[in-house]
Design a protein around this ligand. Structure first.
Ligand SMILES: Nc1ncnc2c1ncn2[C@@H]1O[C@H](COP(=O)(O)OP(=O)(O)O)[C@@H](O)[C@H]1O
Ligand SMILES: [Mg+2]
Length: 419
């Protein structure tokens, strides 16, 4: 058995990227255009799209890391993973917190920091007594001295009746509740971005996994509509004076507004790139692991595995699993991968994976709902499990009538047709 000290198939260490030069240049060049433009009203939005595990996050992280090296003194970089957020509200709150943290480390003017504090504070409330809200934010009243337009403060006064102009007595006499709904909070965030930009700073916001606000929503029309409203609301950020960088699976991209037209779709990597990215990762493993893998049988098995894998995620996941059984070997690979499928999809009745995979002639086949249901012996409950465990993924999240096989199961296709 081989147990790795560092390897993690889902980790996206930007230093370990291979290839993608073209897409990196595109994203980096586009962002540099934004960073080189000092018009405080200027904003852009970019989307890196592609299938699950194809490399959207590692590519984006790499580009942002490189830009951070050069621009961190004058640019705020904020990253939010929507997978960990239940709603657009949470995403907005995380962005507000991220902005505050960055401004803190940039040592900006105290008035600006106080302004950012106010939004980070109210973003934590769903609804609250107006009096209580004022009690919380009076400590940031320095914000009222921010030079220039003070967009956020004006917005808060207009939309939520929050203001520093009241005397202490007036504040204590305040009645009523205030509700901080997602739409107006996002509006407030955009105003704060204006305040920050007018201080000569640039802002890059990276939203990863927007498609995972509610991944299972595609299976019910009602939830689909709800998550569409959430996502479209969030994407109104494109109107902010920031560089908005999105990562989104291709099946979700129908939600992109027309104004976000700069999209790049990542294609699968070639087998040689898979072997190279593995080599880079193995350099971080101890010598005895590298020795255990340094034999012709193992190299042969890895080349086959790289040929079967359509995504680095699938390749690394299979590789890790096989190694836990011993050094990969061509003779035992089919059996090992079979064990992987049974373990990874343990909740599914045996035989279902095989019959579902058999419904897909090639890795890029799209199969109708009816065909898949037939592969599940007409059993709706089993079909539901197949979707729940992501054995198949919809081709279009918003109109889930066709499905593709998850790349983790591509080895189940007849090998001469897998490519
Ligand atoms: N071009 C690449 N070079 C090196 N590793 C990659 C590359 N693309 C993807 N990976 C690796 O594959 C896995 C999935 O990549 P990730 O960026 O998380 O995909 P996505 O965001 O598209 O789901 C991670 O372990 C990542 O490090
Ligand atoms: Mg990702």
């Amino acid at each position: 058995m081989i147990f790795f000290s560092k390897l993690n198939p889902a980790a996206t260490d930007p230093r370990l990227i291979v290839n993608r030069e073209h897409e990196r240049r595109w994203l980096s060049g586009s962002l540099q255009q934004y960073l080189g433009n000092n018009d405080p009203e200027n904003g852009r939005a970019y989307c890196v799209s592609g299938g699950k595990g194809v490399g959207k996050s590692i590519l984006t992280r790499r580009v942002l890391d490189e830009l951070r090296q050069v621009h961190s003194a004058t640019t705020v970089f904020i990253e939010v993973d929507c997978r960990r957020c239940q709603s657009r509200r949470t995403v907005v709150a995380r962005i507000a917190q991220g902005l505050l943290k960055e401004l803190n480390s940039l040592k900006v003017k105290p008035e600006l920091l106080s302004t950012a504090h106010i939004l980070a504070t109210i973003a934590n409330f769903d609804s609250a007594k107006l009096k209580i809200v004022h009690q919380h934010i009076v400590q940031h009243r320095r914000a009222a001295r921010l030079a220039g337009e003070r967009s956020l403060l004006n917005f808060l006064a207009l939309n939520f009746d929050i203001s520093f102009d009241r005397t202490e007595k007036q504040q204590k006499a305040l009645e009523g509740d205030v509700r901080f709904d997602a739409h107006r909070l996002l509006g407030a965030l955009i105003e704060l971005f204006h305040d920050v930009r007018r201080q000569g700073l640039h802002i890059v916001v990276y939203l990863d996994n927007i498609d995972e606000l509610d991944h299972a929503a595609y299976r019910s029309e009602e939830r689909r509509e709800a998550v569409r409203t959430e996502s479209e609301g969030l994407l109104e950020l494109y109107a902010a004076p920031i560089a908005l960088v999105l990562n989104m699976r291709t099946y979700y991209t129908d939600v992109l507004p027309r104004a976000i037209s700069k999209v790049r779709v990542l294609e699968p990597l070639a087998g040689d790139d898979m072997l190279e990215l593995l080599r880079l990762r193995m350099r971080e493993e101890p010598a005895e692991i590298n020795e255990a893998l340094a034999n012709p049988e193992c190299r042969d098995a890895l080349a086959k595995l790289a040929g079967l894998a359509k995504t680095p995620l699938a390749f690394l996941t299979w590789f890790e699993f096989l190694c836990e059984q011993g050094a990969p070997h061509s003779d035992s690979m089919t059996e090992g991968l079979g064990r992987f499928a049974r373990t990874h999809f343990a909740a599914l009745p045996s035989g279902v994976l095989r019959s579902v995979a058999a419904a897909f002639p090639t890795y890029d086949s799209m199969i109708s709902r009816e065909q898949l249901l037939a592969a599940c012996n007409g059993n709706e409950a089993v079909f539901s499990q197949v979707q729940q465990h992501q054995v198949v993924l919809p081709v279009d999240f918003w109109n889930p009538i066709e499905f593709m096989l998850d790349p983790l199961l591509h080895f189940m296709l007849p090998s001469d047709q897998a490519r």
